[in-house]
Every structure is written in structure tokens, then in C-alpha cells.
Write a protein that binds this ligand. Sequence first.
Ligand code: GTP
Ligand code: SPV
Ligand code: MN
Length: 619
Amino acid sequence: DRTTGTTTGTTTGTGRASAAPRWTTHEALQQWIEEVVALTTPDRVHVCDGSDAEWTRLTDELVATGTLLRLDAAPTSFLARSDPDDVARVEDRTFICSRDPRDAGPTNNWLDPDEMKGILTELYDGSMRGRTLYVVPFVMGRLDAEHPMFGVELTDSAYVAASMRIMTRMGATVLRELERAQASFVPCLHSVGMPLADGQSDVAWPSNETKYIVQFPEERMIWSYGSGYGGNALLGKKCYALRIASVMARDEGWLAEHMLILKLTSPQQEVHYVAAAFPSACGKTNLAMLEPTIPGWTVETLGDDIAWLRFGEDGRLWASNPEFGLFGVAPGTGWDTNPNAMRTIAKGNSLFTNVALTDDGDVWWEGMTEEPPAHLVDWRGEDWTPDADRPSSHPNSRFCTPISQCPVLAPEYDDPRGVPISAILFGGRRRTTIPLVTEARDWAHGVFMGATLSSETTAAATGRTGVVRRDPMAMLPFIGYDAGDYFGHWLDVGKQADADRLPKVFYVNWFRREGAAGDGGFLWPGFGENIRVLKWVVDRLEGRAAAKDTPVGRVPTYGAIDTTGLDVPEERMAAALRVDRDEWARELPQIQRWFDTFGDTLPSMLRDELETLRARLTG
Ligand code: GTP
Ligand code: SPV
Ligand code: MN
């Protein structure tokens, strides 16, 4: 067939002049594939059509090579164990290679684009030897969008090709549309960086110690090398839909954000759509699929990780989820915390990575059930029993599953217009200081809340965990340009609409703990009980809930959060909602230092907000 073949004999000699196989009638794509083939010298090229037969072939091959293990208890799902050194996003190896270093800003790693291309071209030279190059034509968002957002990933990882089928709309229909329109696309080049010599047998998880995750914002191009894991390798996700898309959004007047989208229906049948930005592994998937604990409320899911927000003709911000699947944190996901995620993966067709294997051929991870099984094979492939002093699953182990299997998927997920957003929540993981919920006074104050958002680091990225860092709009690792300019863009977005059409902004913290140092247990039960906070948010939108003005914003008055049937004593509730002047006095210099890392790109409006906060706290 035209889409599969050996490249032998076509990559030597004079490049295009030789009889290169015709992979596509898309001229630029054909030429790019030829260039990559010539550079990386794969043994075969396969253009993915996205069919069921292809999925079967890919997963069969991955089982044969030992990358995947078919689950006896769930035969349409598979387990992968990664190399122990390739388990999360590598932020210190992630670069924004803008022409001018100033355009990468103080929060990104930068290298001159030509220099970076030199380094990577050397690494890519022959890097696919012995492997298949998969061509994955995909679209972020819908193919019937006004301007479909095309990408093509060239990867030497079958695991990545299979995962891309879950996470994006991809395959023959996308390629046909690309060809018909000769449309432009974001080129995404990916190699695990482990060529195979003649006769050399493969390992289960090929990768390279040297890793580079590189965005070229002006060229709208992505080059990734050395890692096969998650956001490092599934290039439609963080690299395209956030880093590159945030640059497009800046230029075109919209927003590409690290946000879940949910639909909330009140007992009075009022419908509100909420978007929420929490840093990695801080509760987006859980909130997006929340099962309410109070009667009459319904939550439906539209997205759990990425939202693209554009203004509608009505002057409101409309959000859509450009993804097609869920790539969720496994540990902590259980029938009591996130039953809808459990129901989603129970339907099969899922790839699990770095979780434990049960004796009857199913997956298990910490938090799935209260009691662990008596015996497991852990994520490294070693025997594990409950008395082991290490977790059975890696803290950043993941399930990758089609979003269409989510039993509470909102029908609007399939609406190309998206949904009009009533409220934006910012949230982080903070043991102290940040109240359970705070309402911003206005858009500028909301942008200040987002710009100063802070959270304890998690296992979603390599490096130390539990360290408080500023994570503006939960986008620190994903802003594709200068973060000061990004704040300015957020403020500009607010100027594009009437104030009463803009979403109201709230700041939430499910993770505040007992004790002055925040070293006790969680003050707030979280998970399904978070509906009580969402209820307060809706009641604020509808003008029926009480709030008191504090130096940091509006917090619920005593009793304004519905605690009916909830076993949280009054003092605990008060502690969760408390605005503590001493804690905030310690927060101020941290915010000041954060703002000082920006030069003149920090909008003066945000400095003004900081001075207002300072004055309110000391006044
Ligand atoms: P990414 O996919 O990395 O962007 O993460 P995410 O924001 O979708 O995080 P997710 O919902 O997967 O949650 C990550 C961890 O936070 C899990 O271990 C959850 O158990 C825990 N978590 C989520 N919601 C709550 C909550 O309301 N309270 C508490 N205490 N923990 C929560
Ligand atoms: C995150 O880290 O925010 C994720 C997982 O959603 S990854 O796709 O690896 O970026
Ligand atoms: Mn994420």
C-alpha cells in the first residue's frame, strides 16, 4: 500500500531527485518527511490511518517487543513500564527557542534557534535507524472547526503513535483534509534517540539520557528528542496545544490554557460552564469529573487538561477542549475519589503507564482501593507486597483513555463553538495561607490572582516535589513566550469585552492543612465535596450567596458554604476559609520577588494590584 514501505534505497543519493516513495500529495509534508527520513534513516515509514486494524497491529507489535503487556483482566487495555529515568516532563530540558531571548522571558530556558537546530540535527542524525518512522497526521480540536489546527508528528515510537490515537483526532480523514486544502500544520518531530544497529535487539522502553523538548515559536515547530513519556513525547498536548498555541493565541487575541472545562447544572436547572487552571497533578481531572455529594447538582465533563478560549459573537469567552483523550494521574484515582474516571477506564481501550500489575492481570495503584492486594508486580517489574516501603506505582503513573468513554461527558463536547464560560477558577496546592475559595473583585484582580498563583511542586515534572513555587495561571512550564507579556495579554483580553460578559474569577485551595505550619491533615475533604464550593460560586454568579470583603478578595461569610450532611466542625471550616494577616505578610515579599524577576514586561497594573494588596493588609 502507499502508506507503508521500506525506505531502503530511497534515502541515499540525491534526496528528492531520487525516487522517494510518495507518502502524501501534501507538498510541504511530503518534502518534510523526505528530509526527516534522510536525516534519521528509519528502516520503514508508516503513515498512520487511525483505523482499528492499525491499532490492533500497533498494540500487537508493542506486546511482541515487550513495551506493552496485555491485561488479562481487561484485554483491550495495556500496561507499559517506562525506563525508570523517563517518568515525567523534563522542565529543565524544555526550551523556547525564539530568535530574541527576550521573547522567551525569564521563566523559560532559551537557546538560539540555529544553535539548537545544530545540536539536534546532530542528535537526530541516524537516530531512527532500525526503527519505523510513524507519520501521525492529527488535528487539535475538531476537523470541522472554522480553522482546523493541524499538526503532524513524525515519531519513531509505536507507543507514541498508539497514544496519539487516543489523545488526538488523527489518521486518514485528517490527512485527506490536509491534502485537500494543502493546509499548514505544526511539524512535530520526535525521536526516542535510540537507534538499533543491525541485529541489535530492542529494549522495552527505548529512550536516551540526553533529552531536549524544544519549541520554535516563530516557526510554530516542535522538536523533541530522548524521551518517550507523556508531555515530552505526545507533542499535540503540552508542546502544541499550550506552548505553540499560546503564541498563536497572543498574536490572534485568544487564550490557550492549562484548564479543565466542566458543565454545572443547579437544582433550579441553571447551567454554568466553569474553566479551572490548577498546576499539574493538582486536581483538574478530579474536578472535571466530580460526582456531587449534595442533591440536585449535576457535573458533566468537557475537558480535564487544556482549554482554548475565544470570544464569541455575544462578547463572552467560549471554551473548547482540543484533546480527544484523558492522560490522567493514576495514583489517588479510586471509586471513592473519582468514580467517573474509574468507569471511563473500565470500558477498556486504555494504555496505563508505570502502574502496578495484579496477579489476575489487572492494574492497581495507590488510592484505587483502600487495601492494596496482597501481591503485585510494581511499576519497575519487581515483586511488591504491602509491607514494601515504596509505592507500587510511580507517583506520576498515568492512564490514557478515550474521553468519549467518560459516562458524564457533556454533549457540548462535540459542539465546535465550545461553551460560554461563567467562571474561571485558579487553584494550587498550598498547605497554608490560601483560603478554600476567594472571589476576585474584578478582572484585573483576577489576573493578579492568576499571575501570583503558587503551588507545591508535584511528581508530574522531574525534580524535587513539595517546593512552593509561583506557577502563573498553572502555566509556568507551558507559556510559549515572555510571561510578563502573557500577563499583559490576559489584561488585554479583559479589555476586549464588557465587564459583565467576562467570566468571574475565583481562587481555590483544596490542599490547606491543619496546624500553624500546615503539617497536619487536609482541612477540607475535597473531591466530590468540592461541589459545595462550586455551589457557592454559582450562587455568587446568580447573586444569592453572601461574601465578605477581605484584603485578598471576597470569601464566603460564615454559613455561606453549604455544609449540610458534611462532617466538618465549625473551627475547621473557619480555618479553611481564614485570611491570616501573618501568613499573608510572609507571602508579600515572595510575590514581590516573583514580580522582580520580570523586567519592564510586567504590566504596571499588576504592580498596582500588589500595592493595593499591601495597603489592604496593613491598613
Ligand atoms: P495533570 O494531568 O498533571 O495536569 O493533573 P490534574 O490537575 O488533572 O490532577 P488530578 O486531578 O489528576 O489530581 C492529582 C492528584 O491530586 C491526585 O493524587 C488526586 O488524588 C489529588 N486530588 C485531586 N483533587 C483533590 C482534592 O480535592 N483534595 C485532595 N486532598 N486531593 C485531591
Ligand atoms: C501535566 O504534567 O500537566 C500533564 C501530564 O497533564 S503531561 O502530558 O506529561 O504533561
Ligand atoms: Mn496537565
